[in-house]
Structures are given as structure tokens and as C-alpha cells.
Design a binder for this molecule. Structure first.
Ligand SMILES: [Zn+2]
Length: 463
């Protein structure tokens, strides 16, 4: 047996391995929302990539071929499994400061009343440090191995968020927010030129730091907050540097109407972004509750994706996205917490709210085809990686991908789940975890093969 990376001698192969696990692995593939690998052996190499997946009963042969001792293998307990790390495709790190409050008004008022004043505080780097450290730690502990973050308009604080994600070992896309139109809170906006220049500086400085898992993302807040000139400039920056893009689209009816008035030459909200070269296969747009079939077709044609943020959509009474219709249009889609419009930073909450919204749509229309928990599991993992155009690196357990994974113990002592029957069935364990579990069940988190939770373990195994 030879390893996938071509080592033929046992000495070289052993030297290239970092960890080997034996137990149950659950993940999604493009063809199956849930695939269960029972009694599997998974090896992780020193670069954090999955080196092999073999059968547990072949342990002796695998050990021999890789020059391993069987004591090098970590065995999962009876009620444990590994699943891929979850991908939060839309979260405002800066809004974590008021998460769990301020959910009493609709979107446009909410921005003026709570969000802009809160984000303006990030000029103060020590405040930024406090909030950003908390949000990265909290999301990591809750199993978010990749987060696509909005920061604020402040370049220094946005760079600090990149540093904190890097230091704590989270994979992240970090966006300095751009907005040159804001009549409500005059001290929280930039001139068009400033926004352009500071975006260039942010991208240049973040890339210069060469953080292996942190990338910049071009971030126009949304069409309401940006002039056409700025949108066009941001589209250019993204294209010239092959960068990710994130924004919001079609979240709430009042906003959709406002965009129509602000951009009368565009055929739709989606068309505003398309006209400014902001829809690419590295674009993720949050919400999309009111996208027409024509707009979804434009998403598919450009390769742009949707981030479904159900907690936020319900909390701000914005709307209910029909995920089934998005899937029918073959548009890439992942889940987002949208802190703090969504009050929870946990992707497990996003999973539950996605199921709730799908069931609410079925209550309204019994013909609606409700999402299954397996499908929602895929949205939280592989779907998210596709939405962020990172599915060649992460999203499931495939040889050659990075090992971003959660070690879940459904029966952890003092945890939230009582196991009474079907205790050894992995599908039941996964369903119970998704519906009833919390961070106590997530006993270890790995990003690119490095253990990043428990947080007290850090920095660990940096080799
Ligand atoms: Zn948002």
C-alpha cells in the first residue's frame, strides 16, 4: 500500500504523518447529504491535510505501510464521531458586542438605531480587540472552523480581526466594510475615495502578513450604503486581485424597494451588483429572501452564492428564504449566523433555524418539500465551503483536503443530551447532536490538522 502523496518507503511515510484517528466519521458529498464511515482510519499529514482514509479492520496493514505503532492511533469512544468543521458564511464580528439584544425593529431602522453606533466604536482598537477575541473564541468553541466576517469601516481594527483569527487558528475571510452613503449616522461613513484607498490598503497589508488561513474579502455593505461609483471601484479591485466578495441582497421588502429607487437603471437588486462586476464565483450574498427566479438564474450563471441566515431573517422579521427553490436553481448555498441580526453565534443554531424556517414554509404550503436534517447538515459544512469557493480545500473528509473537523461526544459528562435508546447508531447520534447539542459536546476542534479547541491547548502542535 502506498500513501496518496506517493511515499513508498515506510520511513518517509511515517515522518509525513501528524495524527491518525480510528472511529466513526460523518460527512456530506455532492451526491449524498449524509455519508457515514464506520470504523474508519483517517490519517492527517504534517501539512494538516487528510493523507488517507482506510478501514479500521486494516489497522495492522495501515500501520505497517506508514511505519506507525498502533499506540500512535487515537481511538474514538463509543458515542463519539468526527464531522467536518462548520462554515459560517456570514457573520458580523463587530456586532457581537450587542448580540442577543436589539431585535425589536426592522432592518433599516435597526441599522441606524443600533448597528452604526455600535460599529463606530471600533475606531478604538482596545475595544475592537476585546470584541474580536471573544467572537473568534466563541465561534471556534461552537464548531465554526471557517468564518466569513464583516468587520467595520476601520482598516486597523479589521487587520486586527485578521490577526486574532490567525492567532487562534480559525480559517477566515475578513472584510473591511465599505460604505460611502449613510445619512443617518454621519460619523460612521467614508468618502468614496477614502473607502477605495483604505480597501486597497487593507487588502495589501493583510496579504503581506501571509497568514496561511486568513484571506481578505471585498465588502461593500449593501447597495443602499454604497454609491454606484464605489460599487464599480470595488468590483475592479476584486477582479484585479482575484478576491472574494461579500455583501447583502434582498433581505427585506423595504430595502428592496429602496434599492429600486436608488438604482432606477438596474433591472433588479441582483442586477445592481452584476452591473458593477460584483457577482463572481467567489461572491457570497447574504439573505436573498426575495430573489426572483430571474435573479437566481443570474446567481447560477455568475457562480455567486447565497448565505442563508434564518435566525436573522426571523429576528428582524425580514422574511423566509425558500432554500428548496435556491437548490432547485442550482445556486450554491451555505448557512450564516448573521450576528447580531441573528442573536446566536452558533452554527448549530443556524442549522435549527434553517429547519424551523423550512417547516414554517411547509405549514404555509403543504406542497413545500421540507428540508431534511441531513440536507441541512450538508448546508452547514460542504454547502458553506462551496458558497465560499473553498470546497477544493475543506467541507468534507476527502483525501487531499485540509483536516477541518469537530470531535463530537454526544454523551459527554455534564452535557445536554441524555442517551436512552439507539445509542450506537451514528445517524441518530448526529441528529441528536444537531438538535440538542452544544459546545460541551464539541470536545476537540481541528483546523488544518491543528487542534484549536480546547482553547487552553493553544498554541499546540504547530510543528
Ligand atoms: Zn449581515
Amino acid at each position: 500500500m502506498s500513501t496518496p502523496n506517493g511515499h513508498t518507503t515506510t520511513v518517509a511515510a511515517a515522518a509525513s504523518l501528524r495524527r491518525v484517528f480510528r472511529g466513526t466519521f460523518v460527512h456530506s458529498t455532492p451526491h449524498a447529504p449524509l455519508e457515514i464511515l464506520r470504523d474508519a482510519l483517517l490519517g492527517v499529514d504534517t501539512e494538516g491535510k487528510i493523507a488517507f482514509i482506510e478501514r479500521g479492520r486494516d489497522l495492522d496493514a495501515v500501520c505497517e505501510s506508514h511505519g506507525l505503532d498502533s499506540s500512535d492511533v487515537t481511538h474514538l469512544e463509543q458515542h463519539e464521531f468526527f464531522m467536518p468543521g462548520m462554515v459560517d458564511t456570514h457573520i458580523h464580528a463587530s456586532q457581537y458586542s450587542y448580540a442577543g439584544t436589539a431585535l425589536d425593529v426592522p432592518l433599516l431602522q435597526w441599522l441606524n438605531l443600533y448597528t452604526f453606533p455600535a460599529e463606530a466604536r471600533f475606531k478604538d482598537l482596545s475595544f475592537a480587540h476585546t470584541v474580536y477575541s471573544h467572537v473568534v473564541k466563541r465561534t471556534l468553541r461552537n464548531g465554526t472552523t471557517t468564518a466569513c466576517y464583516f468587520a467595520t469601516i476601520h482598516t486597523e481594527a479589521s487587520l486586527l480581526l485578521g490577526k486574532i483569527a490567525n492567532d487562534l487558528g480559525q480559517r477566515a475571510l475578513v472584510g473591511k466594510v465599505c460604505m460611502d452613503s449613510n445619512d443617518a449616522v454621519s460619523h460612521y461613513k467614508e468618502s468614496t475615495q477614502e473607502s477605495y484607498q483604505e480597501t486597497c490598503r487593507f487588502i495589501g497589508e493583510l496579504l503581506e502578513r501571509k497568514y496561511p488561513l486568513v484571506k481578505p474579502v471585498v465588502t461593500p455593505r449593501f447597495a443602499v450604503s454604497c454609491s454606484g461609483t464605489l460599487l464599480g471601484q470595488l468590483g475592479e479591485i476584486a477582479r484585479n486581485n482575484d478576491l472574494h466578495i461579500q455583501s447583502h441582497v434582498s433581505e427585506n421588502l423595504e430595502e428592496v424597494q429602496l434599492v429600486k429607487e436608488l438604482f432606477p437603471d438596474s433591472q433588479s437588486y441582483t442586477d445592481v451588483y452584476h452591473k458593477h462586476n460584483l457577482l463572481t464565483d467567489k461572491t457570497v450574498m447574504a439573505h436573498g429572501c426575495y430573489l426572483s427566479d430571474e435573479e437566481l438564474t443570474l446567481f447560477r450563471e455568475t457562480g455567486a452564492s447565497v448565505s442563508h441566515c434564518p435566525n436573522s431573517n426571523i429576528s428582524l422579521c425580514s422574511g423566509m428564504l425558500d432554500v428548496r427553490n435556491v437548490l432547485k436553481h442550482r445556486v450554491k448555498i451555505g448557512l450564516g449566523t448573521d450576528v447580531a441580526g441573528g442573536y446566536s453565534a452558533s452554527m448549530l443554531d443556524a442549522v435549527r433555524r434553517t429547519l424551523d424556517t423550512s417547516k414554517a414554509l411547509t405549514i404555509q404550503d403543504p406542497q413545500h418539500h421540507t428540508l431534511t436534517f441531513e440536507e441541512v447538515f450538508r448546508l452547514a459544512t460542504l454547502g458553506g465551503s462551496q458558497a465560499l469557493a473553498l470546497d477544493h480545500e475543506i467541507g468534507n473528509f476527502e483525501v487531499g483536503k485540509d483536516f477541518d473537523a469537530l470531535r463530537v461526544n454526544v454523551a459527554v459528562a455534564g452535557g445536554p443530551i441524555d442517551l436512552i435508546q439507539h445509542e450506537e447508531e451514528p445517524k441518530i447520534l448526529l441528529e441528536k447532536f444537531l438538535n440538542l447539542g452544544d459546545d460541551r459536546n464539541i470536545v476537540e476542534v481541528y483546523v488544518s490538522g491543528r487542534m484549536v479547541v480546547p482553547l487552553s491547548q493553544q498554541p499546540q502542535d504547530t510543528e
